[in-house]
Design a protein around this ligand. Structure first.
Ligand SMILES: [Zn+2]
Length: 155
């Protein structure tokens, strides 16, 4: 048995997000508020990966990611593999693919955007340009790099 198999199967119930580009695991934990549920989280940073060179990995116990959450994580980790584990067995593999839009998580960085004046839900369109992922605000049409985007305190 390889170390990789061991590290993945070491979780009893929950979600394993593997093949995250190195440097993004902590950002994903923060942006998607995985710490808020008080679940046990194990993080691997800068692990060797054949595919990515270096990768990050997140294991969240007793939390099953939904397909929607998986697609939102794909904005930051387009090549991630997401395994849902139950009783030490992988019961579901979610294929990450970029969502066409993302709502109610991030806030628009344009301070003049109407979403700051009114209690409007944020909506961004997700566009892939080569290796870059951009988010375009539905309301002010400004475009932001995924690395710029911030969590809204409102949601
Ligand atoms: Zn905006």
């Amino acid at each position: 048995m390889t170390n990789k198999t061991l590290s993945v199967s070491a979780i009893n119930n929950g979600t394993v997000i593997d093949h995250i580009p190195s440097g993004y695991a902590l950002r994903i934990i923060h942006l998607f508020r995985f710490l808020h549920d008080k679940n046990k989280i194990t993080v691997g940073l800068n692990l060797p990966s054949k595919r990515l060179g270096l990768k990050d990995l997140i294991k969240i116990e007793n939390r099953m990611l939904t397909d929607l959450e998986a697609s939102e994580i794909a904005i930051f980790a387009p090549e991630a593999t997401i395994n849902i584990v139950n009783d030490f067995e992988v019961i579901k593999k979610i294929e990450t693919k970029l969502p066409t839009n993302i709502a109610n998580i991030f806030h628009c960085l344009n301070t003049k955007c109407i979403t700051h004046k009114e209690q409007t839900e944020s909506v961004f369109y997700v566009k892939e340009q080569g290796k870059q992922v951009k988010l375009i605000c539905h309301y002010c049409e400004k475009s932001f790099e995924r690395d710029q985007i911030k969590r809204s305190a409102r949601y």
